[in-house]
Design a protein around this ligand. Structure first.
Ligand SMILES: Nc1ncnc2c1ncn2[C@@H]1O[C@H](COP(=O)(O)OP(=O)(O)OP(=O)(O)O)[C@@H](O)[C@H]1O
Ligand SMILES: Nc1nc2c(c(=O)[nH]1)N=C(CO)CN2
Ligand SMILES: [Mg+2]
Length: 232
């Protein structure tokens, strides 16, 4: 997605959610400085074994789709959106790439990272504390911002971890992208809300709006992007 087009979406997101651009940029600056001190890694450092991708989101169909994937497999680049990492680990799979703003089940994300998954860590106004806490425990990562990219942080387009994973796939040259566990709608799972206590629950109004944006951004890339999207 061209930066001017993304920045129009971003302006609407700031208005709709009441997020602070300044806070987003402070967080991005923290991540940028960290990465600058650690070799300024770019997208070429990510593991991409195939131009056929699968993106796992944390919706209610996630477990079923992880099991379905295990039956077909093949040579595919596996991308987990944040909390979806846990469901892959539960089935003995390590994603090649995890797209995260560091609010999934962090012990699982750290474990997958230790076992070879590369991370695409997103900075925004509500995760500066998580960046401070977890960056020292992570390796093999690149950084993203939802504001204007510069220096060692990138912006491939997209908002939530799931739709950003699809924009990342396009930027990495993907030809096909399967969407798994990407239900959107009004139901969240324990993968998305690690502290929820039950398997599923109703999304709160903010989460519902995030999922609406995620769905609309994926519709946008289906219409305007190069990748072929298959929805499971
Ligand atoms: N029903 C759903 N519930 C949760 N996530 C979903 C759902 N459908 C699709 N997804 C995708 O799965 C991704 C991973 O979920 P997760 O809740 O861990 O992400 P998130 O972007 O950090 O959201 P939040 O900001 O609410 O924590 C989401 O970003 C979203 O794009
Ligand atoms: N400022 C801010 N930005 C975000 C947030 C969030 O909660 N606050 N959540 C996101 C993932 O869904 C993506 N971007
Ligand atoms: Mg997240």
């Amino acid at each position: 997605m061209e930066m001017e087009v993304w920045l129009e979406w971003y302006g609407r997101i700031l208005d709709d959610f009441g997020f602070s651009r300044k806070a987003d940029e402070e967080s991005a600056s923290y991540l940028e400085s960290f990465l600058r001190e650690h070799g300024c890694p770019g997208p070429e450092s990510l593991t991409v074994p195939s131009l056929d991708f699968i993106v796992f989101g944390a919706g209610p169909s996630l477990r079923k789709h992880v099991k379905r994937f295990k039956e077909v497999r093949g040579n595919v680049t596996i991308v987990a959106a944040d909390g979806a990492t846990t469901a892959l680990l539960e089935e003995g799979l390590i994603p090649h790439i995890i797209v995260t703003d560091l609010d999934g089940r962090m012990e699982d994300i750290i474990e997958a990272n230790r076992r070879g998954a590369s991370l695409v860590v997103h900075a925004h106004g509500n995760n500066l504390e998580a960046l401070r806490k977890y960056l020292p425990r992570l390796q093999n990562l690149i950084g993203t911002t939802q504001s204007v990219p510069y220096g060692c942080i990138y912006n491939f387009g997209g908002f939530t971890d799931g739709d950003r994973a699809v924009f990342l796939a396009e930027a990495l040259g993907a030809e096909t992208v399967v969407l798994a566990g990407m239900d959107f709608g009004e139901v969240v799972t324990r993968y998305s809300r690690p502290d929820m206590g039950s398997e599923t629950g109703r999304a709160d109004p903010v989460k519902r709006l995030k999922l609406e944006y995620a769905e609309r951004l994926i519709e946008w890339i289906e219409r305007n992007g190069r990748i072929q999207i298959e929805k499971w």
